[in-house]
Ligand binder design. Sequence first.
Ligand SMILES: Nc1nc2c(ncn2[C@@H]2O[C@H](COP(=O)(O)OP(=O)(O)OP(=O)(O)O)[C@@H](O)[C@H]2O)c(=O)[nH]1
Ligand SMILES: [Mg+2]
Length: 381
Amino acid sequence: MAPHKKSREQHIAVFGASGSGKTVMLSSFYGAAQEPQFLEDSIFRIEPESIGQGNALHQNYLGMKNEAQVPLATRFSAKSYAFNLRLNEEFAAKAAKGSSDLLKLVWHDYPGEWFEQDVTGESEAKRRVAAFRALLQSDVALVLVDGQKLRDHQGQERVYLKSLLTSLRTGLLVLKGNLLDEGAPLAEFPRIWMLALSKADVLPDMDVVRFRDLLIQNVAGEIEQLRKALAEFVQAEQVLSVGEDFVLLSSARFDASKIEVTERIGLDLILPIAAALPLERKLRWEQAVGIPTKVAASLADGAGRLAGFLLGKVNLPGPLGKAVSLLGPALTELASVGGAALKRYHEDALAKRDYVRALLSGFRVDLQKSEEGKVLIRSKR
Ligand SMILES: Nc1nc2c(ncn2[C@@H]2O[C@H](COP(=O)(O)OP(=O)(O)OP(=O)(O)O)[C@@H](O)[C@H]2O)c(=O)[nH]1
Ligand SMILES: [Mg+2]
């Protein structure tokens, strides 16, 4: 694979037990992007790299939408789904030739039971390690807290939350030897571990502030233990936030006989979370704690390079860290402007048909709006 190609990939890592909603989320994310409403509103398209995979996800989505049928549990092996984010027709026509391909998004789906029980046989063990290695290429990890389980444990949420975080931590530690090359800590590793409430539709009174409070109140110690365990995997452990960001997610509203796929929560944040959030955090960290070059190079490289590539301000190829900092003012402004100024910045970019700025600032507007709507909390650090 050509090096610059890989660096424009953003990976999505969702950590969740069996039945926590990973496959439904992926199917809903993709399916909704094929709806006329999305095609009308959005400045980009989400196109599957493999038509067959795209159709399989679309089929899952339509099964839910039209027949209230859910996808089967994922068993035995993982699959990686690659999507190309491409400018819509109007913007593409104005873009420089060949630059309408914005970003490649890779979403790994795997059996959640890999967290809970041992695999059967050596080949499945190998597939599990390969899948987890792939997950660790992403900048952001979403740890799913199953809303249905929380509801089932009403009054004793602590029991569920504790076992969830403990099994994630021990699961990762057990595989540590296989995930690190000769024990050397990793430069590329998810630096943002976000806690996500999946199936948020079953807890309609739970906004993200209540969700955060519930976690801190019950499992602050376990979150800290998880942070310590993750710190063992990485270079530059100061560049790591675990349990400082929170989000609510729901792939649809599930009623007794109907699945309302248009009623989703937080799914439109997946792309902004994968692409724009690490970029913001990276700039903040660069200023506050400093980031070693090698770590900086892998963090938010997809989005950073995307911006660099399309703004035409960097020479590719070259050391990525340098490339991003060379972008300097343009990217810093884009990643740090906030509040009402951000909305103006975005509208200005849209009006000027400046698609890179429009896309990235649009992602940041989405993050800001959902924070205002109590669907998202971003770390202040
Ligand atoms: N209420 C509600 N239920 C959901 C949602 N997403 C998933 N579910 C339910 O949870 C079940 C499991 O979802 P999956 O996406 O298959 O779970 P998974 O994480 O892929 O599970 P494994 O493949 O076993 O790892 C679904 O069949 C639905 O019944 C959601 O957003 N809201
Ligand atoms: Mg699944």
